[in-house]
Design a protein around this ligand. Sequence first.
Ligand code: GLN
Length: 304
Amino acid sequence: MSFDTIIKEIYEEIKQIDNIGKIASYIPELLKVDSNSFGVYFSSNKGDNLGVGDYQDKFSIQSIAKVLSLSLAYSIKGELIWERLGVEPSGTSYNSLTQLETDRGIPRNPFINAGAIVITDILISNLPEYRKSFLDFVQALSGKKTINYSEKIAASEKEVGYRNIALCNFIKSFGNIKNNPEDVLDFYFDICSLEMNCEELSTSFSFLANQGINPYNNTQILTKSQSKRINALMQTCGFYDESGEFAFKVGLPGKSGVGGGIVAIHPGEYVISVWSPKLNKKGNSFKGIRFLEKFTTESRFSIF
Ligand code: GLN
């Protein structure tokens, strides 16, 4: 069976199932989305592309953006960034505070909030116009000038961002935040507020399926080794305390966000993005994971 047929069939099947997930409600603005939205975009290195359902509707990519901010920081500072954070799965939720005290302010990995906040601090220290530079980076990756931050979502998250505020200040107390915590948090909320559709998300992540080179404009974003390492981190840490289960069921490096998006990569082969806003208990898209599990099972095309 072709990828097209498999994707369309699984889409119809998963669309029908009961969605027991819940939209993230702690960021009030996220509740405004249509909870039945469901989109998929597949794009292979060979040039096969397919979009199904609401793949052209923009959504808040939230923590998926942590891979892009990490990529930019990694391209600027190289291996030095690992002096400020680790590369181990945390086994805790994305916004957990518990390990930071024993780890003396060194977050376990760049995909939990604590780690992404440190990466945000690194970007601020290294880019005079950090807000614009990050957006330029993302727009160049996707080839779309229309991609932007959502001021509404960033403001909505800031208003209730007590836990992230606590995380940032706690890390600062160990000396691992160099800038003013308020500036770091403002930029962190901006990064999380980026909006994309499934097609733009797949395009933006294609450099990670192509050994660090963006195939659309032939630009080297990361070295081959850096690209491999980011894929390894997505595999081990991309879904917080559900990372093991995602590797077990789906078998691809990937990253989720509380907006209900997931991007998954088969290095050397393809990128697939899924969006369905209702989340399971671990904060990952309920239907997104179900879809990807079926996709890699029926196509028999995962990395394992
Ligand atoms: N902006 C969200 C937060 O910091 C991102 C969380 C996520 O997508 N898992 O809580």
